[in-house]
Write a protein that binds this ligand. Structure first.
Ligand code: TRP
Length: 328
């Protein structure tokens, strides 16, 4: 039997090419594992409870992004967290035996209260303290043995392992201890050199057209000391170069020509835009197919059913070993 994977993303807005490496990694994992990919709308509420988010629209949008990059509903269950109530039930049961100190100790907890507090968000809430525990329930309700995540999520996976261990010790050995599969996420800056983010208006969207890609690449900050095209360039301070590293197989040649003043910024940018377009074009095409009326809805419906079936088996075992009534 294939090992299981669970991963999730918050539906906070349509994705940009900074998110691409994570998704491309998921696409590859689909062949090796039984995959569950969850749009974690409850998680979005843990920090965005005041924001009046249209989570339904945002969730559909992110599902479309996933499908256009190649998440394949024949292979993977794609579903919305809040449609599978077992996540909430397991979270509640876990909360009974989770020491407060374990949650307070999660490294992101105090940082985020502070950081988002500066943006005017009050995160001294029960839901925010408990969010890593909700994440543990997301993972363990599928008995996932591996969780593809970025480096920043490692403490959360560690907590999930501790929760699995504590449950197995207190009741019975129901849960495997999940492992983090840490994806290498190259940190791509936005076109202005700051962190890439939709809200800074410096991102290249996954849906960008050929023209939009060209426009964004033209905006990229290059070596400020390079004035004439045959001045020697410094790729290490150039945003364009960071993108070439990912999108251009002949990066070594480009860097050499740049340093020797043999290729000008205009030509260099044009070449990058073409290479980015080569990657995004097939995604745009696939997106059109999934955009037909009702298609995303039916993927989510099927994914939910598959997720529920697995989660409800786990919950029956959990209720039993905790001495509760079985299935409803
Ligand atoms: N906490 C993750 C984030 O903020 C999202 C997430 C929720 C998740 N549940 C998960 C990731 C389960 C992996 C597995 O990015």
């Amino acid at each position: 039997m294939k090992r299981r994977i669970l991963s999730g993303m918050r539906p906070t807005g349509s994705l940009h090419i900074g998110h691409l490496s994570v998704l491309q990694n998921w696409v590859v994992l689909q062949d090796e594992y039984e995959c569950y990919f969850s749009i974690v709308d409850w998680h979005a509420l843990t920090t965005g409870y005041e924001d009046k988010l249209d989570l339904k629209a945002l969730s559909k949008e992110i599902a479309l992004d996933w499908l256009s990059v190649g998440i394949d509903p024949q292979k993977s269950a794609v579903f919305i967290q809040s449609q599978v109530k077992e996540h909430a039930e397991l979270h509640l049961l876990f909360s009974m035996f989770t020491p407060m100190s374990w949650l307070e100790r999660v490294p992101t907890y105090k940082d985020q209260i502070q950081q988002l507090g500066e943006d005017g968000k009050d995160l001294h809430t029960y839901g925010f303290l408990g969010y890593p525990l909700l994440q543990a329930a997301d993972i363990l309700v599928y008995k996932a043995s591996a969780v593809p995540v970025g480096e920043d999520q490692v403490p959360h996976i560690e907590l999930s392992r501790e929760i699995a261990r504590r449950f197995n010790y207190l009741y019975s050995g129901v849960f495997p201890e999940p492992q983090a599969l840490i994806g290498k996420v190259p940190l791509l800056p936005g076109v202005d050199g700051r962190k890439m983010s939709k809200s800074y208006n410096n991102a290249i969207s996954l849906t960008a057209s050929t023209d939009e890609i060209g426009f964004r690449v033209k905006q990229m900050i290059t070596d400020p000391q390079r004035i004439r095209k045959d001045d020697p360039g410094h790729p290490e301070v150039c945003v364009v170069s960071k993108f070439h590293k990912i999108y251009s197989p002949d990066i070594d040649r480009i860097e050499r020509d740049c340093k020797a003043g043999k290729i000008g910024c205009v030509a260099c940018k044009k070449y990058l835009a073409e290479n980015i377009d080569k990657v995004l074009a097939p995604y745009r095409e696939r997106r059109k197919l999934w955009q037909e009326e009702g298609k995303v809805e039916s993927v989510l419906q099927e994914g939910t059913e598959k997720a529920r079936a697995t989660a409800s088996d786990t919950m029956n075992e959990v209720r039993k070993v905790m001495g509760l009534y079985g299935s409803r």
